[in-house]
Design a protein around this ligand. Sequence first.
Ligand code: PGA
Ligand code: ZN
Length: 435
Amino acid sequence: MSENNISSIKAREVLDSRGRPTVQVEIWLQDGSTAWAIAPSGASTGSAEALELRDGNASRYSGLGVLKAVENVNTRIAPALIGLAPENQSAIDAVMLDMDQTEQKTNLGGNAMIAVSLAAAHAGAVKTGVPLYQHIRAQLVAWCRSNGHSEDLFSEPTVPLPMTNMISGGLHAGGNLDFQDVLIMPVGAPDYPTCLEWIVRVYNQLSKLLTNDGYEGWLVGDEGGYGPRLTSNRQAVEFVIRAIQAAGLIPGDQVTLALDVAATHFYRDGLYHLNAEGGQVLTADQMTERLCDWVDAFPITSIEDGLAEDDWDGWQGLCDALGDEVELVGDDLFTTNVRRVRKGIELSAANSVLVKVNQIGTLSETFETMAVARDAGMSMVISARSGESEDWTLADLATAVSGDRIKIGSIVRSERLAKYNRLLAIAEDVSCGWV
Ligand code: PGA
Ligand code: ZN
């Protein structure tokens, strides 16, 4: 009888939600069944992230083509994986890591590797006949057992709480806000379908409030959040609070706020340059004070990248000031990289890790980062990128690892809804982590 292992692998160039090329990988098993995945792509990327290998040939897609990454899958990775069992994720990822041998996946390309890694997870689920989240959970447990980590670090799969973008700024929207996202978390919702209804209600109220006050309450940024030209970062937070109230919900009780400051992109020469605040230039201490003031004034329970990716001293100060009351999430700070997470733990620089699989390049390395973070008691936010696709793997990944939160972007645009909607199906069988 056939083992039903990998019989062929094919990569192709497809487009992401910004109309930029990205890598899709399709895997066939010996019985003819198939599975696929598409690499996501960031815009406000951390400098320690795995390389997105792009062609650099300006006559095609302004140099953003991914034909080299596609070729790396088709001519180098695929031949090495034919015949392997798709349900052995560690072995598949190990083959690619051995072949690449670089810190930031500059040899094969992180985009090539993550598309293969995720497609293999799908193929494993197809072969074993279980939902993807169950298969990833089994892989996570197997990884923990063979790498000396307790599988008890991870509870049984649970649906994570959505952390949803309402207003976009920074590098994701054409407006003038410094901060990248103002998000809401429906902490008081009794179940996942109610979460979605609340989020949509707030989103629609926000459109009305912005429009009534003369701002662009219909233009959206890369992740579907509104991108209005407001006069200050604070005004964005105030609008979202008003929208929660207008939706008949209680800020702080039923719905809390989160920020993704994405501070790296306005950090220069050791200082934070806030354009939306009249060109103010702040030190790390002053940024921390600013964030403390906001936490006092508003029901903010989570702040991502409040300071820049290499401002470790600043992060220590921020964690001293707010670590007991607020989730301080490292995105650019950690780039899902276990070495950076270990450094953050040693320095007590943050208490939460953002997980983006394409920052590191394989699912197995993502497991390692998560195990180390969980072992240190950190919470986990499993996150999409600003460039996404119809691939909904993220929903299953976040459920499989019982992530505390899932950050998909806003509640419009199909590359976001693919994940929100997939969670609706998962939530029919899996309980909610926050209830
Ligand atoms: P990115 O943004 O995908 O452009 O990096 C998402 C985030 O910063 O969380
Ligand atoms: Zn971020």
